[in-house]
Design a protein around this ligand. Structure first.
Ligand SMILES: Nc1ncnc2c1ncn2[C@@H]1O[C@H](COP(=O)(O)OP(=O)(O)OP(=O)(O)O)[C@@H](O)[C@H]1O
Length: 732
């Protein structure tokens, strides 16, 4: 089908055009900021469509595109409302469960803008702008782009898995207005180059679609700091309208998303998570239980395609092997496995009638298999959000399916490893701030840039990469210290493939590079910073020259040593007091995150152990005002009216002999949290450097409560004069 084969078959085409002109002008060229006029307008549209059966012109256009371009017969529940709102110029928050059809909510408008513009004579061809989709999942981007191409929609993704040629072609298409949709990961918004290239798109960004939008909220279960920058970007790039999409948003998270993107209340489109065909079962087991034997009985009783969720990669491998030994067609799946093996497992699962995938959370996103008959939680998920998303993968064909949750006290150990492992010690935060605010950087002014390797800094300060990312986002967004401006590579090396091009290049940059490079046996190494300093040619010009050779295939290029670039918004803090203030505030915020994660585990536990219907509890958690009865009739509570009780297996108090052994083996006294992590079994960069795992004391006190360990080791550090300060989290 060609571009132009989407026709308007509304009964009255003239009216279509006339009303479209009205509504589209309202939302033109700006983010909708909850103006009274627009609120009234969209309310009127909603209530009118209830009274009169005639759909609005934009609804007509959306339906036509759905049918002609996507070959689908009609919209599901709230899709039409959300898409119409976007085409009317408003922004929206779409909360549909997994598989609910969120993607169409931006794909249909992305195709529609051109037709809207042509109808209105508003834009000339190729200047209808683009829909920018921010998605964290590269595999999902690829699948969606392929599916859109099959439907004749012009879409591309910009991501690290693409070849250079694909990347350049996509950028060229984008610059020249040949794309309806462009996908990228949130991290790309850290690149000043990418952001400035978006400014030149003919017609601008008509719609910004933010997938997995719950990641923007610090209350969400998977907060990602780069998401906070998307809202700032939306304002600065004069994005016309925004659609945020998520499968899980509590009322608090939904409010956060709406606040960040100025989406008024009527822009929220939520459908229920409730699935009448899912039986939600749970049982609690004691330490003495043979969990694998129990699982085997369950899997025999409920055959069919099954996903068994576990928390850690090793757990997936071990359990899959145990099930194979028992004769099941079981396979592991986790992010640590090679991509071709993962792809094979996924492909086989999609067509299998009896396969069991033992997986970490890495499995499931984008899997749209209708006949998954069973989901098992062998370990406790991190939140109700994750639980509901995972059970939502069962029974999409509407047939009865079973979800089993095995609860045990061992689950808390793993959850605590994540929760406590993510909190850096005061020592780490202090080292971080001292490194950032080094005397050399104290000379820099607002607008100047500095570079550093986050990898090296993480190692030196003993902070995990993901946590470092959160801390940097806070320094950027809460303290306004600097902005991430992109990345550069500290080491370049090349092999000449077309000597005629390289050696006949008589530009100044080329001769400086050729003269200043050092040839080893295979590769020629270029020390760019030194060359830039000695030649006076800006580094960027040297990089451009090397990239130019690479783009015309004259060289094979390798870039190494990633450095992050930051542009200062104001001079960095220089006095110890200023630095200490920031350290303290960062610690307070990390403490709050720790508390939130503990509360999330507790809420997950209550869902299973309270005396109430599981389905009702999930609906209440997400603030659904659905018509679901007080009891669903098909969960463990409704079926038995017996409470699932967690066995009373409390942690053991720290054994002084074991504490002494840790202190004997590890001489560190400036970081009590580090010692508690060693004893509990939480890895950290400093531990790897000191080879602590070979000391015989790593994980030696994993039966204890982490906070009790922290108290004991804090006392030991104070006694031994290490001066470790830790704010111990109070219970309750
Ligand atoms: N109106 C519709 N009619 C028929 N099929 C639809 C409709 N809307 C979506 N679908 C189909 O439903 C499936 C799931 O859609 P989609 O991938 O957009 O869901 P999603 O909400 O993004 O799910 P996830 O949260 O898992 O990413 C797709 O195969 C899609 O083609």
């Amino acid at each position: 089908m060609s571009d132009d084969e989407v026709y308007f078959s509304c009964e009255d085409e003239d009216e279509t055009t006339a009303v479209t002109a009205d509504s589209a002008t309202d939302g033109k060229r700006k983010l909708q900021h909850d103006s009274d006029e627009e609120t009234a307008e969209s309310k009127r549209t909603k209530s009118e469509s209830n009274i009169i059966a005639t759909p609005s012109p934009n609804t007509c256009l959306a339906n036509r595109i759905l049918k002609d371009r996507f070959q689908l017969n009609g919209f599901r529940l709230e899709q039409e409302g959300a898409i119409t709102r976007l085409l009317d110029g408003g922004s929206a928050l779409v909360v549909f469960p997994t598989g609910g059809g969120k993607s169409l909510c931006y794909q249909v408008p992305a195709v529609a803008f051109r037709y809207q513009d042509e109808q209105l004579g508003r834009q000339t061809r190729g200047k209808s702008g683009v829909t920018l989709v921010i998605s964290p999942l590269i595999a999902l981007m690829r699948d969606q782009v392929d599916a859109l191409h099959r439907r004749g929609v012009k879409a591309a993704a910009l991501n690290s898995s693409m070849s250079r040629d694909q990347f350049l072609a996509a950028q060229d298409d984008l610059r020249n207005g040949r794309l309806d949709l462009i996908y990228c990961a949130p991290e790309r918004l850290n690149s000043e180059g990418f952001i400035s290239s978006l400014k030149d798109i003919p017609g601008g960004i008509r719609l910004l679609a933010v997938d997995e939008a719950h990641c923007i909220s610090e209350w969400g279960h998977s907060f990602r700091p780069d998401y906070l920058k998307i809202a700032r970007f939306a304002k600065e790039a004069a994005v016309e309208r925004v659609v945020c999409l998520t499968a899980t948003a509590t009322p608090k998270v939904a409010d956060d998303i709406r606040d960040a993107f100025a989406i008024p209340e009527e822009g929220l489109f939520r459908t229920t998570m409730y699935r009448p065909n899912l039986r939600l079962l749970a049982e609690a087991n004691t330490k003495a239980t043979d969990y694998v034997a129990k699982l085997a009985i369950h899997l025999k009783k409920y055959p069919g395609p099954t996903i068994v969720y576990v928390t850690i990669q090793k757990g997936a491998e071990t359990l899959a092997a145990q099930l194979q030994n028992l004769g099941f067609n079981a396979r592991p799946y986790h992010a640590g496995m090679a991509t071709p093996i993962r792809a094979k497992t996924q492909d086989e699962f999609l067509v299998s009638q009896n396969m069991i995938v033992v997986a970490t959370i890495a499995f499931g996103m984008g899997i749209d298999k209708p006949d998954i008959r069973s989901i098992v939680h062998f370990d406790m998920p991190d939140s109700i959000e994750s639980y509901s998303q995972q059970i939502g993968r069962a029974g999409r064909d509407g047939k009865p399916s079973v979800c089993m949750f095995y609860l045990a006290t061992k689950d808390f150990y793993l959850r605590n490893i994540f929760t406590y492992g993510d909190r850096p010690s005061i020592r780490s935060l202090r080292l971080l701030m001292q490194d950032i605010c080094s005397p050399a950087r104290a000379q820099l002014k607002a607008g100047d840039t500095f570079t550093l390797s986050l990898y090296t800094q993480g190692q030196e300060t003993d902070i995990k990469a993901v946590v470092l990312g959160i801390l940097y986002a806070q320094m950027e967004l809460h303290f306004g210290l600097f902005r991430a401006a992109g990345m550069l590579y500290s080491r370049y090396k090349y092999m000449v493939k077309k000597p005629d091009i390289v050696h006949s290049d008589c530009s100044h940059a080329a001769s400086v590079i050729i003269a200043g490079s050092a040839k080893a046996s295979r590769w020629t190494h270029v020390a760019l910073d030194e060359l830039a300093d000695s030649s006076g040619i800006p580094r960027a010009n040297l990089v451009r020259k090397i990239d130019e050779w690479n783009e015309c295939d004259a060289i094979e290029l390798k870039k190494e040593g990633v450095q992050n670039i930051f542009r200062l918004e104001r001079p960095l803090p220089s006095t110890p007091q200023e630095i200490d203030d920031i350290v303290h505030q960062l610690d307070v915020s990390m403490h709050a995150t720790e508390k939130q994660n503990l509360a999330r585990t507790k809420t997950m536990l209550s869902l299973i152990t309270d005396q109430r219907c599981f389905s009702r509890a999930i609906a209440d958690y997400f603030g659904e005002t659905s018509t679901l009865a007080q009891e669903c009739g098909h969960c463990t509570w409704c079926e038995t009216h017996k409470q699932v009780v967690l066995p009373n297996e409390p942690p053991q108090p720290p054994d002084p002999a074991k504490v002494k052994k840790v202190l004997d083996k590890i001489s560190i006294r400036d970081d009590a949290r580090f010692l508690a992590k060693v004893a509990f079994g939480i890895k950290s960069p400093r531990m790897t450097a000191l080879k602590v795992s070979q000391s015989g004391v790593f994980e030696s006190m994993n039966v204890c409560d982490f906070l009790e360990l922290l108290e004991v080791f804090t006392e030991a550090c104070e006694r031994d004069g290490g001066g470790s300060i830790e704010y111990v989290l109070h219970r309750g």
